[in-house]
Design a binder for this molecule. Structure first.
Ligand SMILES: NC(=O)c1ccc[n+]([C@@H]2O[C@H](COP(=O)([O-])OP(=O)(O)OC[C@H]3O[C@@H](n4cnc5c(N)ncnc54)[C@H](OP(=O)(O)O)[C@@H]3O)[C@@H](O)[C@H]2O)c1
Length: 272
């Protein structure tokens, strides 16, 4: 990112996380511009990160190598159409909008290299993970630029097919909520077993963090880690057997299929 100039269209939560991550990695404030209709939003992001902000998107994207669109999916069509006359040839468009595919963006923006990303909310604490898909027009250097941008808030993984973004949405896009649900359920169960609510919550949260750290730093997969902590006839085995007798894996598969299906359905609606 040494000299890349980036213009953000939309300066809300996701843009603020990305800008914060980039600044923390040493990207200069002068390399970043942001456009947002909200005067307060502009003042906040400018004060926090020292970047120049604009109400007019044409001014913001002038001379930018990368135009990163971080607006709500519902306004993507209007935003893309308003950018179209001002885009310069070869400018890379990066979109983080859920459910808006490259074909729709190309229809609204004209032919430009596009990288479509699906980040997730832990990006707000720089622990996100994103799936990235690039159209054929994206150069190797632009892939690198997009990857560095998204890596500023976590891990960035390339996909070969755009359709795989529906699966990414199901696994990691919506994924934080599944873990929150498990945290809620384990905390409630701990309370039923006699623990004070705060103790049950802290035990659950630290266990989630510890398990994630172990799994990330281990050279064996999660199944093997689970086997290693499950002694025959022990307490863990009693719980795992109970989960599996109630069809835990099938339940998870069904839930993720529902999310992927809904992602494809929303793309269909929003892309028109
Ligand atoms: N937050 C996440 O963790 C997350 C995760 C995955 C994907 N995403 C994607 O990231 C995108 C942004 O989400 P967000 O949470 O950052 O939303 P957000 O906080 O609402 O930010 C969007 C910003 O864009 C502004 N905006 C609206 N119209 C605009 C225009 N014509 N030109 C420039 N800016 C405009 C909005 O201003 P007003 O409020 O005044 O309209 C708002 O400040 C969404 O498409 C979402 O799907 C977010």
């Amino acid at each position: 990112m040494s000299k890349t100039r980036i213009a953000f269209i939309g300066a809300g939560n996701m843009a603020a996380s990305l800008i914060g991550g980039m600044r923390a990695q040493g990207v200069e404030a002068t390399q970043i511009r942001a456009c947002d209709p909200g005067a307060e939003t502009r003042a906040r992001i400018s004060a926090e990160h020292g970047i120049e902000t604009f109400a007019d998107s044409a001014q913001a994207i002038d001379g930018a190598d990368v135009v990163l669109i971080a607006v709500k999916p519902q306004v993507m069509k209007a935003v893309c159409e308003s950018l179209r006359p001002h885009l310069q040839p070869g400018q890379l468009l990066v979109s983080v909008a859920a459910g808006i595919n490259c074909a729709s963006m190309t229809r609204w923006l004209g032919e430009h290299p596009i990288v479509r990303c699906m980040p997730n909310t832990p990006a707000l604490v720089r622990q996100g993970v994103s799936g990235l898909y690039a159209t054929a027009q994206v150069t190797a250097e632009q892939r690198q630029q997009a990857e560095e941008l998204l890596s500023a808030v976590g891990v960035a993984l390339w996909l070969d097919e755009e359709q795989q973004l529906d699966a990414v949405t199901a696994v990691s896009g919506s994924g934080p909520a599944y873990f929150f649900l498990l945290i809620e359920a384990m905390t409630a169960a701990g309370v039923k077993l006699g623990l004070p609510a705060e103790t049950a919550a802290r035990l659950t949260l630290q266990t989630a963090l510890g398990a994630a750290h172990m799994a990330i730093n281990s050279d064996v997969d999660a199944a093997e880690l689970r086997r290693r902590v499950t002694s025959p006839n022990g307490t863990t085995e009693a719980a795992i057997k109970s989960f599996q007798a109630d069809g835990f894996e099938a339940l998870v598969e069904k839930a993720l299929s529902a999310a992927a299906h809904r992602s494809a359905e929303l793309a269909e609606q929003l892309g028109n």
